[in-house]
Ligand binder design. Structure first.
Ligand code: NAI
Ligand code: 3PY
Length: 323
């Protein structure tokens, strides 16, 4: 018995023990994030835990960029105004928002998705970048450096980048802040009352990572007291619910965890999750690089004889495919 699961289901000691007793050896989340899975418990019962990296990167980053634009240009408010029949002619101050060009975008968690989002905002809108991550994102830094040189060569103001030593630096300096870390003990309520107070009064905060990365009740209070501060949220602390008061706030844009909802991505997630468990059942090794999953998505060729991404491969001592 093997399992394919959604991120809405929590898997811990009890379920892995039951799975193991039933002879199960493999489990895969149909998601890249696996904070819903107790990997230590899976290790204890020798169950391989799969996830689906790579296929969500651009789709999720694009939704974060969409929320950024929607918040910056107040698109939802303006749409509601229009549909309510309130528009009676152009006015110089009607729904004035923020210009992104030349402003600073802050990325917290510059992994696959955070880096893709950073590139979109830097290249698309000529924003300067400040990022915070536990690790250096050399590829991202190289990209911004090369883009700055390109702009300069074309007589335009070059963009800049900075790796912040602390997260607070990002909060204080950035005009737009987008959250893309994993959810774990180090990122739970990473954005809390004190940190919200450090952000610019007119900043925009985007969250397409996991709801509990923000203390949502503190956010509601902050939004109430700072009408020029805006947020775009794809994820919530206690999905499918929102904290009281959030739904009434005009400076919040809320969407129902749809960041990965493109057809290509959802098909890719299902394919990778299925191949993770199938590969384990067949006794295949683990793919050599979970970030290079394209060969598993080619409709015209058989997928490699490997499990695309097993997060506890090392802990279980599973062999790696050599290609
Ligand atoms: N809203 C949605 O539908 C989706 C949400 N996600 C979420 O996005 C997360 C990130 O996905 P990927 O970019 O693919 O993962 P990734 O592993 O490539 O990137 C995560 C980054 O977070 C950094 N990080 C970890 N702890 C940190 C800390 N305390 N402070 C700052 N940075 C920290 C890591 O070093 C890493 O660079 C997933 O774990 C998932 O929870 C992913 C896809 C869709
Ligand atoms: O893959 C993930 O982590 C998701 O949140 C899916 O949307």
């Amino acid at each position: 018995m093997e399992f394919l699961l959604q991120l809405t289901e929590d898997w811990g000691e009890e379920l892995f023990s039951a799975l193991s007793k039933a002879g199960g050896k493999a489990f895969s989340n149909m998601a890249v994030g696996y904070n819903n899975v107790d990997v230590d418990a899976a290790n204890k019962y020798g169950v391989a835990v799969g996830n689906t990296p790579g296929v969500l990167t651009e789709t999720t980053a694009e939704l974060a960029a969409s929320l950024t634009l929607a918040a910056a240009r107040r698109i939802v408010e303006a749409d509601e105004f229009m549909r309510a029949g309130l528009y009676d002619g152009w006015l110089p101050h009607l729904f004035v928002g923020n210009l992104l060009k030349g402003q600073t975008v802050g990325v917290i968690g510059a992994g696959r998705i955070g880096s893709a989002y950073a590139r979109m905002m830097v290249e698309g809108f000529k924003m300067n970048l400040i990022y915070y991550d536990l690790y250096q994102s050399t590829r991202l830094e190289k990209f911004v450096t090369a883009y700055a040189a390109f702009l300069k060569a074309n007589g335009e103001t070059p963009v800049t980048w900075k790796r912040a030593a602390t997260m607070d630096e990002v909060l204080q300096e950035a005009d737009i802040i987008s959250l893309h870390p994993v959810l774990d003990k180090t990122t739970y309520h990473l954005v809390n009352k004190e940190r919200l107070a450090k952000m610019k009064k007119e900043a925009i905060l985007i969250n397409c990572s996991r709801g509990p990365v923000i203390d949502e009740a503190a956010l509601v209070e902050h939004l109430k007291h700072n009408p020029m501060f805006r947020v775009g949220l794809d994820v919530f602390e206690e999905e499918p619910y929102m904290k009281p008061g959030l739904a009434e706030l005009k400076n919040a844009i809320v969407v129902p965890h749809i960041a990965s909802a493109s057809k290509w991505t959802r098909e890719g997630m299902a394919t990778l999750a299925a191949l993770n468990v199938l590969g384990k059942v067949k006794g295949y090794p683990v793919w050599f690089d979970a970030n290079k999953v394209e060969p598993f998505l080619n409709e015209n060729a058989r997928p490699p004889a490997a499990c695309p991404s097993i997060v506890n491969a090392k802990a279980l001592g599973l062999p790696t495919s050599k290609l």
